[in-house]
Design a protein around this ligand. Sequence first.
Ligand code: SF4
Ligand code: MG
Length: 327
Amino acid sequence: MSDLMNIDGLSTYFFTEEGKVKAVDDVSFRVREGETVCIVGESGCGKSVTAMSIMGLVEEPGGKVAHGKIDFQGEDLLQMDKNTLRAIRGNEIAMIFQEPMSSLNPVIKIGEQIMEPLIVHLKMNKKQARIRAIELIKQVGISRPEQIADSYPHELSGGMLQRIMIAIAIACSPKLLIADEPTTALDVTIQAQILDMLREIKDNSGMSILLITHDLGVVAEMADYVIVMYSGKIVEEGEVVELFNNPKHPYTKGLLKSKPVINQRQDELYSIPGQVPNPLELVPSCYFHDRCEHCMPVCVSQQPQLKEVASRQKVACWLYEEAVVHA
Ligand code: SF4
Ligand code: MG
């Protein structure tokens, strides 16, 4: 599999009255063609901000992507002018969010909202776009597609609306679909149906998915590759089976203590005793040290770097630094 997107050293900061928050701090990872990469972590760990940075949705003066590269099919999204980025967004990279209602226009019929990207990006005429929109509604598993096309968002259930969001997202056959907690607001049965459908679309189309979630059941169900974030940094990453069977970082181990149950929603991650550090008071250290039962002096004074510990498995923890542990 070749790389579709390669993120290198991404750092995204927000500027608050109290100071600068490094919401995403020197994050690097790649998404290969046809692969589903899940980013998992507690709220505020930087997973959504990573997605927003890719989509070009972090805007000054509130925040900014301060460093890094986001190479998408050989071009850096961060260096692109607004028009080029707009042409890619919704076309080659599409995104769905937790709350479909916030992305849909309440006064425009569903069908027309699906037609819009087809007209804008694929230059279809209205008639062609309407035909394609109806096909897309069918493809996301909704019956009576003509009738749905002529409905307004408020006439549909949450599960149906999320299906419509997926129809809009896949309308232009994107290479990458970014999904930020797409099923969090839905009940368990609907969640399972939507995840199955996403997987089927992915398998048939060959698109890649970057899925952001706090739900390890969703990760187990969907991921090929998993990235665990904590306080803006990647603390561990690896192939899903390896990561679940053989987690290395104490934080990942803690998360996995609550065994994910497939098709059962987790409203929150298992909570490890202690709290995430204040993002305004971070000093070079392992950010997890307050909560870690293996904490050593070096953990408080120096930041561990993400290092490869096995093929396609990386961890940022002093326990895996030979020189420190055996000193
Ligand atoms: Fe724990 Fe130290 Fe590893 Fe951080 S670096 S997770 S404090 S052992
Ligand atoms: Mg979020």
